[in-house]
Structures are given as structure tokens and as C-alpha cells.
Design a protein around this ligand. Structure first.
Ligand SMILES: CC(C)(COP(=O)(O)OP(=O)(O)OC[C@H]1O[C@@H](n2cnc3c(N)ncnc32)[C@H](O)[C@@H]1OP(=O)(O)O)[C@@H](O)C(=O)NCCC(=O)NCCS
Length: 162
């Protein structure tokens, strides 16, 4: 999360939102809302020239594990490829962040490779797995993860597949 920038004050929060919503910028962002406000984010940084989008997401700790990020990532990536003119979406996740990989795969992304020692994090170089999803890939709705999400009952799905 530190790579999102520091957000500890109202001013920093406004600056963060401004970066995401600036009409002159390349980013298209959606908030995942619950109760009184946003709890998560899915964002695409658009590379218009190549019709690519760099995909990212986060969810606040208190509501992780509910499948919301997966559902949001799948929905937004479907929209980007079906309705926004993008032909390729890509993302990178540190290899020591398995939850992010699970979200990417469930949202229809495929692993394309590993960039060795890509990030320097607290003095250590960390490998990053790269994932891509193309317009020509099958829709995520055919996946088991989609079936689980459509059922709206993660616990029942887990029991059924145990
Ligand atoms: C990655 C992140 C967005 C996941 O959010 P989430 O709301 O928990 O995601 P979901 O509930 O939709 O799905 C999480 C998946 O990760 C899996 N998961 C969680 N922790 C895991 C772990 N330690 N090892 C393996 N899988 C794990 C869950 O089982 C689930 O997969 P499943 O649906 O197949 O069971 C959240 O942890 C986060 O915001 N992390 C910090 C920011 C970040 O890393 N963003 C991604 C940058 S690439």
C-alpha cells in the first residue's frame, strides 16, 4: 500500500483522489463502497496509444476476504475490454503477495512471466509476477470463481468444492 503514496491526512487524501480523478490524467478509477464510504479501489492507467491499461486494486483490511476485490476487478476489466476500447490489460504483483495473484487469476488474468528483483522493498529486491488479460481471452464468467461470485455465497461454494 505504501506504493500508493502516503495518505494520513485529509489534504493527502484529497491529493490522492485528485491524482485518480484528474480529467487530464490517464487514470480511470472506481471506488468500492460499503456503508458510509469507499473501502476499496480498482484503477486502470490507460495507455491510449497502445490500447493497453495498467490495472491495480486495493481493499481496506477490515473487509478483505469477501470476494469484493475479485468481483470489482472482473467487472471493471470486462468493461475495459468490452466497452472502453482497450485490448490488453496488465498488472504486476509481488510474488510474496498471493492474495493479489488470486484476485488477478479469478478476474481472468493469466500469468505471463516473472520480473526478477523488480522492486526494492525495505532493502530487499523482490520478484514480481506479471499478468495480462486480452480482449480475445475467454470471459471470466465461465470460470469457477465467477460461478461462486454469482451464487453470492462464498461459504456455500467453499463447502461445495471442498
Ligand atoms: C490483494 C487485495 C486487494 C485482495 O483483496 P480481497 O478483498 O481480500 O480480495 P478477495 O476477497 O476478492 O480475494 C482474495 C483471494 O486471495 C486469497 N488469499 C488471501 N490471502 C491469501 C494467502 N495468504 N495466500 C493465498 N491466497 C490468499 C483468498 O483466498 C481469495 O481467493 P479465493 O477467492 O480463491 O479464496 C488486498 O489484500 C489488498 O488490498 N492488499 C494490499 C494492496 C495490494 O496488494 N494490491 C494489489 C497490488 S498488485
Amino acid at each position: 500500500m505504501s506504493r500508493q503514496g502516503t495518505v494520513t491526512t485529509s489534504e493527502e487524501a484529497e491529493e490522492y483522489v485528485h491524482r485518480l480523478t484528474d480529467p487530464g490524467g490517464s487514470k480511470v478509477a472506481w471506488a468500492v463502497c460499503h456503508g458510509d464510504g469507499p473501502v476499496g479501489l480498482v484503477c486502470i492507467a490507460v495507455d491510449e496509444q497502445n490500447r493497453n491499461g495498467w490495472f491495480s486494486y486495493w481493499m481496506t483490511e477490515a473487509v478483505r476476504g469477501r470476494g469484493w476485490t475479485t468481483r470489482a476487478a472482473a467487472t471493471v476489466s470486462d468493461w475495459a475490454l468490452d466497452h472502453a476500447g482497450l485490448e490488453r490489460l496488465e498488472l504486476g504483483r509481488r510474488v510474496n503477495n498471493p492474495a493479489s495473484g488470486a484476485v488477478a487469476r479469478a478476474a481472468g488474468f493469466r500469468k505471463e512471466g516473472t520480473e526478477r528483483g523488480k522492486f526494492l522493498i525495505t532493502g530487499e529486491r523482490v520478484d514480481v509476477d506479471t499478468y495480462g488479460r486480452l480482449r480475445t481471452h475467454p470471459r471470466w464468467q465461465s470460470s469457477a470463481a465467477a460461478a461462486r461470485l454469482r451464487s453470492g455465497d462464498r461459504r456455500r461454494y467453499r463447502t461445495a468444492t471442498a
